[in-house]
Design a protein around this ligand. Sequence first.
Ligand code: 8YV
Length: 334
Amino acid sequence: MRPAVLATRATFPEVTARLRQHFELEDNPTDEIWSRDELIRRLQGKIGVMSTGTERIDANLLDACPGLKAVCNVGVGYNNIDVAACTRRGVVVTNTPDVLTETTADFGFALMMATARRIGESERFVRRGEWRKTGIHDHFVGSDICGATLGILGMGRIGRAIARRGALGFGMRVIYHNRSRLPANLEAEVGASYVDKSTLLRESDHLILVLPYSSDSHHAIGAAELAQMQPHATLTNIARGGIVDDAALADALRKHTIAAAGLDVFEGEPDVRSELLSLPNVVLTPHIGSASTKTRLAMAALAADNLIAALGAGELAGKPPTPVNPEVLRGSNP
Ligand code: 8YV
């Protein structure tokens, strides 16, 4: 009998076919979102899971599913997984870095531009049939991207790809803040200068968030931070819900403390605060930063490669390409 694994969300046929070469696969072709109890029920007898950001893999779930040996997330972020709890139980965790960097940077730029140039608002105006007579100096005027100051909070791979676009493509002055400063050669390559967080907030015309979510980054942008930003500034969040205090942001948008926001991620998503839904000066998208067909396929394929290798099968047996807790593979977990 081949080992059994679970894929929690619908994926590409070529990816399920590859998993079926090695495992008894239970998949989710109708893509319904399972309750936690349902997930735990389906994980019984499974030794691996291909998960997504929708599923919370924590200590309680691991205790209820003691046969689990590998959790392979489709996504670079893995704040849905308690990695320490997995490591303690010898469960390998993997993610999908690199393959989504450029696609997500493109999307961050697109959302920032839509926000600065009021594309959502003006598109709704046209659809409502209100385009009769328009003013010239005050008609959906927004703020420029070219030549403006781009602020980046978080400077990992996606942050650097956004910096490059801003500096090289749009002639922007790029400033960033991160837990650790980049080496000088990397700063020069991406055209970005390090500043403290307060300078970043005060000087950015367009601030974009690309840092991972953790208890340290919870509400990294709240009322106090928004108050330091310029009234014409925009804020774009493509990182994770919870990094921004959405209630404080809605308040700032209503009071025009900042001009506009572009949000791809939300606290408590897929639910979105009703204040945000009714404000004109916010562009809302449903967590689609990495959503190009090519990239989503590459992410799913990498997650499948990780699952196959982590469970000791295939050419890379025992060596999943992108482990998050490699110490488990070395057998040195406590
Ligand atoms: C995914 C993401 O769509 O990679 C990430 O961290 O947020 C997105 O690319 C999401 O994680 C789905 O699992």
